[in-house]
Design a protein around this ligand. Sequence first.
Ligand code: PLP
Length: 225
Amino acid sequence: MSLADNLRTVLASIAAAVTRAGREPGAVRLVAVTKTWPAETVREIVEAGQRALGENKVQELLGKVPELPAEVEWHLIGHLQQNKTRKILPHCALIHSIDSADLARQVSRLAGELGLTAKILLQVNVANDDAKFGFPVAEARASFGELIALPHLEIRGLMTVPPYDEDLEKVRPHFKRLRELRDELAAAYQCDLPELSMGMSHDFAIAIEEGATLVRIGSSIFGHR
Ligand SMILES: *Cc1c(COP(=O)(O)O)cnc(C)c1O
């Protein structure tokens, strides 16, 4: 199987999950997670039509930008250190991993200096897992009013990385909580929060059933890292 074949298989599984969930075709986009794979490997799926690529490290993302066609849309999906914000902002279509109010303020300020609006998601630690980055749910609620008012940020929605569990029914409640939190915040602040970034190789079908609009998939396309 070529990487293009793997990509088509993943896209077909996404489409099947969308249909099963009774959602509109095209309701879910694939972000292909390219971390650890060299640019020449990644190029195969770009040539097969994949546009949205996700990296979890700033340095690796920036290294691949000049190596791949300009039509690639880069997504940062891993923790962002504040000293790297200025470098990454011009190259990112969406930052999935804004995980503190401090970082959100800094991104807004630097985006303003650069004359752009940063499209972001707030990463929420719905499971209150100490090993994971993200706003605890209570903090996301408490900070949201301030963050939605930041001038150079466009909050597009929420993202989560639930704890790994082979039993997908144990993962489902985390996805459901993220969707419920999104619905609650959108209603309370009368804003549009269209994106829910949730679901990886092993659990994306469940995430789609629970409302994911962006699924972040690496190993099902590229193999094990
Ligand atoms: C690596 C990574 C993924 C992709 O995981 P796979 O299991 O390889 O699909 C998704 N989201 C984040 C935040 C990651 O770091």
